[in-house]
Design a protein around this ligand. Structure first.
Ligand SMILES: [Zn+2]
Length: 949
């Protein structure tokens, strides 16, 4: 009897689990076409062998794709694959080379020829012609960079099989003439996350509702990688291992085409074809011509099969960090955008259901058709490629009389990171050991200097190089945009507030990095040596009284953070100093054995942390600073406090900003911190943290949770907020004094007086005779009285409404810094900041504006104060706002003099607010430094120090 019950139980469990877990997709029934319709060899396993479903009907996991590659590499000599990187979650990334065995045995020689054809300085026309005659076509086909856009990788699995297993003559011929490199799955971590969502939300019946969780997945969604980075914005910033490994291999192979297969909204159809304007002007127009040939062939095939598609429309190509970065190198980028079917299929407005299998089939056929087109026109494309390579290094090109110069900096850590990104794009870097006199130099703020001396030790990048277009795209201060595009953009903005710009319009590397640079209108080539990073000096002497690292170097923050993490007492020297003959920048980090009597072998710890960071350390044997300079017992040696950090996260927050904040703490600092579900603010124990970060977002926090957070600040916490979270703090009446511009029009005069105090306090011209007169002087003009115009609140409100239609779309504007403030350690006087539709921060006397928008430029010709909206530019100055990208003059007026970064003491703690996202894409290194200062130095320098009795 017991036995019978057991059997019944087992049976019922089986029945039950079958009902729940059986694949519910009816893909194969909805769509009857056969994807793999060739004649295939029996000796090679079909894709189904590695899947637990029929090929193309559901989403293959990264592990299933990898196991297929491993098996196939043993079953055929038409395939070789390499692992080019590992993801953060340790999944392999593969490039699969498919061709004839003869070609595959000659890969090294073929690759050498490609390299030769790319440098017209050392290869002549005759050699080039021979190389072109011999070279096979080379295609790079890459899929599913966004992990929840799954159909591409499933198509790739079928394509690989089709090419290696086919007995058909056209496939054999194609492989004879071509190397096909397939990157089947560009973002395995994101795909794994989405595949898990599909599994979690699968029910007993197919679900065609594209709003349901099985179609959307959960926060942070499958699009991004482990740290929630959009890998299709990282191709030139190169911050993630997936991109770093991939770009290295693509740049080595210089394929003729690069297909990047995506998905878009479920109710859409299929898009391909060349981009529409704005197109980056550094792209060779020949590529657009070839792009149309590929699109035409692809369109014909879609027509034949009765599949709908379109070309161009919303696809633009100004931002250089898409996969289309290859176009600057002479490779044609081809985009696929297939409507997203998840795996059950989607019901469309006309009532039909489009199946997942059909979406895979679209990607599969597109790939085959593109390969056939390339087979047909490869030689002609090589000829154009060669012409382009010659143009890049010729004296007649638009690149021939231009060089970019990055000025010497003590921020060696940051400069080295930038250098490595340029080198990864095959850009040649030089340096000058002696100053060079040049004329008509353009500075980052747009001003031209007729006579200029390039200081010794600058990094010099002549534009005339084989990779000239890439250099221009990422180092020119402004990307050129056609007038027609600007007109269309402005009309759209004013009509509906929408934009035709798909991504940021500014991306200049030196500005993103906050490193001063100039453009020189000549080809600098004389008296230069190859650039090399300066050497670090790790001089940690056992019996020194102070070990110090220079505060200009970003790595100094990590140095402090890692020592604090080990409970070492660390100080900051908050003023420039000179100790034992060493000059140390403001914000240098000092470790004193005196402060750490119990730390045995302190110098060993200091040395090991510095050597992990490859950072110079100075050993000082005296704490005496000459004259006014800081001495070690004085108030400028300020004690830090160990930061205990939480990042609020999850639903409601921007996953990008959460991810890059998390990445920034892990990769710049490498110290412990917690990512908290923001609901914990209501019932968790916040006393564990002294620093809480609110990434950008609109989190679901009730009033009680907000109150808990503010109470925690008053008790000594440091709260740091970005962008939308800043907007929500300043719109609460009861948190701090910083306000959003549009709530201040009644009190503008007092804001202007506070601003004038700030500016006039920096004035170093005082009329001494005036100061010594005994009789009262009745002829004094006050700052606010000398302006010609002032606007009342009604006028300000109207101006603001109009100006707000024209806010920048990811542009770079100048911010002037408070150069005495601890938040600006390691920053130049002007920090370029990426600016979008940010909250516009207004500070009064209760809060500090650490960065304000607008660079004040002395101009003696201007005799009176001039009014812009609520504020003024004092006599004697001009103001520059725009640095790079699209900033309408109305927007410049609106944001001028507003704060980008504020800090306010609240009780024993403080709130630090950024108007934008300071860590944007891990590429905004200039503003990232301000953020790191806030996180690591905030608790020690900005809150009341707790001394336990
Ligand atoms: Zn995509």
């Amino acid at each position: 009897m017991h036995r019978n019950i057991l059997i019944i139980l087992i049976l019922s469990i089986n029945i039950h689990s079958n009902t729940l877990m059986e694949a519910t997709s009816l893909s194969k029934d909805l769509y009857q076409e056969i994807i793999l319709d060739g004649n295939y060899k029996d000796t090679i396993d079909r894709p189904d062998k590695f899947l637990d479903f029929d090929y193309g009907t559901r989403v293959a996991t990264p592990e299933q794709i990898t196991s297929a590659l491993l098996a196939w590499s043993k079953q055929t000599d038409r395939l070789k694959f390499v692992e080019y990187a590992r993801t953060h979650e340790n999944r392999p990334l593969h490039a699969v080379f498919i061709s004839t065995p003869e070609n595959l045995n000659n890969l090294d020689q073929i690759q050498e020829k490609v390299t030769k054809l790319s440098d017209a300085r050392t290869t002549n026309d005759r050699t080039a012609k021979t190389i072109i005659d011999e070279l096979p076509a080379i295609a790079w086909m890459a899929y599913s960079i966004h992990g929840n856009e799954t159909s591409g990788a499933d198509a790739a699995l079928g394509i690989i099989y089709h090419l290696i297993a086919s007995k058909d003559k056209d496939v054999e011929d194609m492989l004879g003439e071509m190397i096909v490199i397939i990157d089947p799955l560009m973002n395995p971590d994101g795909r794994a996350r989405f595949a898990k969502n599909l599994e979690q939300y699968r029910g007993t019946a197919p679900n065609y509702d594209d709003q349901s969780l099985i179609h959307t997945g959960d926060w942070p969604y499958g699009r991004t990688n482990h740290y929630y980075f959009d890998l299709n914005r990282d191709w030139v910033y190169l911050t993630q291992p997936e991109t770093q490994g991939r770009v290295k291999l693509i740049n080595k192979w210089r394929p003729q085409i690069l297909v990047d297969a995506h998905e878009m909204g479920p109710q859409d159809t299929f898009m391909t074809g060349p981009a529409r304007e704005p197109i980056n002007k550094n792209v060779d127009y020949d590529l657009v011509k070839w792009g149309n040939v590929f699109a035409q062939d692809q369109g014909n095939e879609f027509d034949r099969r009765n599949w709908r598609f379109y070309t161009g429309e919303w696809h633009e190509d100004l931002y250089p960090g898409y996969s289309f970065y290859v176009q600057f190198r002479g490779t044609l980028g081809i985009l696929y955008e297939q409507s997203r079917m998840a795996e059950d299929g989607v019901r469309r407005p006309e009532g039909t259901i489009q199946s997942y299998k059909e979406s895979v089939h679209h990607q599969f056929i597109s790939t085959l058709v593109n390969l056939k087109t390339l087979q047909k026109i490869s030689k002609d494309m090589y000829k154009d490629y060669w012409d382009g390579r010659k143009y890049n290094v010729s004296n007649n090109s638009k690149y021939s009389n231009r060089s970019y110069v990055i000025l010497p900096t003590k921020n060696k850590g940051r400069l080295n990171v930038l250098a490595n990104k340029l080198i990864a794009q095959d850009i040649e870097l030089y340096q000058n050991d002696k100053p060079i006199n040049v004329a008509n130099v353009i500075k980052q703020n747009g001003l031209v200097e007729n006579e200029y001396i390039i200081p010794a030790g600058s990094m010099i990048i002549p534009n005339k190089q084989p990779e000239a277009p890439t250099i221009a795209a990422i180092l020119e201060f402004d990307a050129e945009i056609d007038d027609a595009v600007l007109i269309e953009e402005k009309q759209k903005r004013i009509k509906s507030g929408s934009s035709i710009m798909y991504d940021t319009t500014a991306f200049n590397f030196t500005m993103m990095f906050g490193l001063p640079a100039v453009t020189v209108p000549q080809n600098l080539s004389k008296n230069l040596t190859k650039w090399k990073p300066s050497e670090e000096v790790l001089d940690v002497k056992k019996d020194s009284v102070i070990w110090a690292v220079d505060g200009m170097d970003d790595r100094s923050v990590a140095f402090a953070a890692r020592l604090l993490e080990q409970d070492i007492q660390v100080r900051i020297i908050d003023k420039e100093s000179s100790l034992s003959g060493q000059t140390l920048s403001r914000g240098s980090v000092a470790v004193l054995p005196m402060d750490n009597p119990k730390a045995s072998d302190l110098y060993v710890t200091v040395k090991s942390v510095a050597s992990d960071l490859n950072l110079s350390v100075a050993s000082l044997d005296s704490g005496f600073g000459p004259e006014e300079l800081p001495d070690w017992g004085g108030r400028h040696f300020r004690l830090l406090k160990k930061p205990q950090i939480a990042i609020l996260s999850h639903s409601g927050f921007s996953s990008y900003d959460v991810g890059v904040t998390w990445w920034s703490l892990d990769h710049h600092l490498g110290i412990r911190h917690s990512q908290l579900n923001s609901s914990f603010t209501a019932y968790g124990d916040l006393r564990r943290y002294n620093t809480i970060i609110l990434p950008s977002g609109n989190p679901d926090m009730n009033d009680y949770a907000k109150k808990m957070l503010i109470d925690w600040v008053k008790q000594g916490g440091t709260l740091i907020s970005n962008n939308s979270s800043t907007r929500s703090i300043i719109s609460s009446d009861d948190i701090g004094s910083v306000k959003n511009l549009n709530t201040t029009f009644e009190e503008t005069e007092s804001y202007n007086i506070d601003l004038m105090r700030e500016i006039y306090s920096l004035d170093d011209i005082v009329d001494i005779t005036d100061a010594n007169i005994n009789k009262i002087n009745l002829d004094i003009t006050y700052p606010w009285e000398s302006s010609d115009i002032s606007y009342d609140s009604k006028q300000l409100e109207m101006r603001d409404k109009w100006q707000s239609l024209l806010m920048p779309s990811g542009s770079i504007v100048a911010a002037r810094t408070d150069s005495d403030h601890w938040l600006t350690f390691g920053s130049e006087d002007i920090v370029p900041v990426l600016y979008g539709n940010n909250p516009i921060l207004m500070t009064d006397g209760n809060s500090e504006a650490v960065l304000r928008i607008g660079e004040l430029i002395p101009n003696e010709d201007i005799q009176t104060n001039r009014t812009i909206n609520w504020s003024q530019i004092p006599a004697g100055y001009d103001m520059n706002v725009r640095m790079s990208g699209l900033v309408w003059p109305e927007a410049s007026q609106r944001i001028a003099n507003s704060a980008y970064l504020t800090r306010e003491k609240i009780g024993k703690g403080q709130i630090i607010m950024f108007a934008g996202e300071p860590n944007f894409r891990a590429a905004a290194r200039g503003t990232n430094r301000l953020f790191l200062n806030a996180v690591i130095y905030g608790p020690g320098l900005g809150t009341d120090m707790l001394v336990t009795p």
